[in-house]
Design a protein around this ligand. Sequence first.
Ligand SMILES: Nc1ncnc2c1ncn2[C@@H]1O[C@H](COP(=O)(O)OP(=O)(O)OP(=O)(O)O)[C@@H](O)[C@H]1O
Ligand SMILES: [Mg+2]
Length: 383
Amino acid sequence: MKAGIVNERSPMVELQNVSKRFGNVLAVKTASFTLLKESVLTILGPSGCGKTTLLRMIAGFDVPTSGEIFIHGKPVSSMPPHQRSIGMVFQKLALFPHMSAAENIAYPLKMRRFDPKTIPDLVDRYLGIVRLTGMGKRRIHQLSGGQQQRVAIARALVFSPDLLLLDEPLSALDKKLREEMQLEFRQIQQELGVTTINVTHDQREALVMSDEIIVMADGVIQQTADPIRLYREPSNRFVANFIGLTSLLTGQVADIRGADVEILIGSIALKGRTSENGLVRGSAAECAVRAEQVRIFRTGDHSAVFDNVYEGVVDQKIFEGDRMVYQIRCPALGDAVVFAFDHDPTYHTFHQKGETVGIGWNARDMFVYACSDTQVKQKGGSL
Ligand SMILES: Nc1ncnc2c1ncn2[C@@H]1O[C@H](COP(=O)(O)OP(=O)(O)OP(=O)(O)O)[C@@H](O)[C@H]1O
Ligand SMILES: [Mg+2]
């Protein structure tokens, strides 16, 4: 999406304080957001957080318990799904197995009574868009998982819907194919400029495919931001922990001046930054630092200059091909566990399990949040 154009675009979908209750379960709680035309919004969150419920309300399959949904500026509470001009791809693709790929793609055109003479050309065009030219005659079972995926996307797009809704359509694919399809879908979306809401619990998919991301937990929107801002400035502990590999350290506020904050863990003061107003001296706080911001070095290496420097012991190391992931226990920080990546392409700097190492990170890379006692108890994490 080109910078500067965003503000000129009009809203396609708007949710105002939308909630959905199923008996005792509040599946979605007062969700509000605006989706601009031609952009991709991803709803990201763990299983059961209300993603599908949100999508189903926008599609018209579920009615909000309270709040209002607007499409093109008009409330849609009394508009049935088929009048909403929405294409959908769900996790279970729901392709018709007895039909060919082309017949599947033609189906929504027939349902919408398109002129039969125009249908073959449209089907061919969309087979081309999803890179399946020449495969229209194949039955669904004669196509690979990724190819079936593309048929489903073509079928959702062929009638030029105003809005495309994707509910984890890539989750059944293996990792490599899924990552290819993420890039490919992004390209198709940009070619066609179709406004899209994508649902996933895969953070990479959200970062790769979206103009904007909404992170949800327990039915509540935690943060709405573009991918870079979301990653670099998580607004709370949940978002910081859900995206990226993050170490969480709990302590007490020792000092606070504007965004600069010092946290006491045991007798050690760590420097970090905060955007919260609720922190005062003495209050319980939680610090989050991403593994790629933590440097690991040999003890006594004084060339390493960071705001926070400690010694730790390598508890675990895991080789991931392009990097080594270390889990380091820090006695000085009350045995807190800190994760660190090492991307050294020469493999020369790797450390051994049990080795004492230095670790360091800067204040600007450690986000500090106010935390309740329950959050303190829930702390932890492992590789
Ligand atoms: N028809 C229903 N009746 C009762 N409870 C429901 C219904 N649909 C969803 N829920 C509940 O609402 C909550 C949110 O469900 P939802 O399907 O929206 O989650 P989700 O984020 O899509 O999860 P997943 O990633 O597992 O698909 C869950 O606690 C679920 O059990
Ligand atoms: Mg779901």
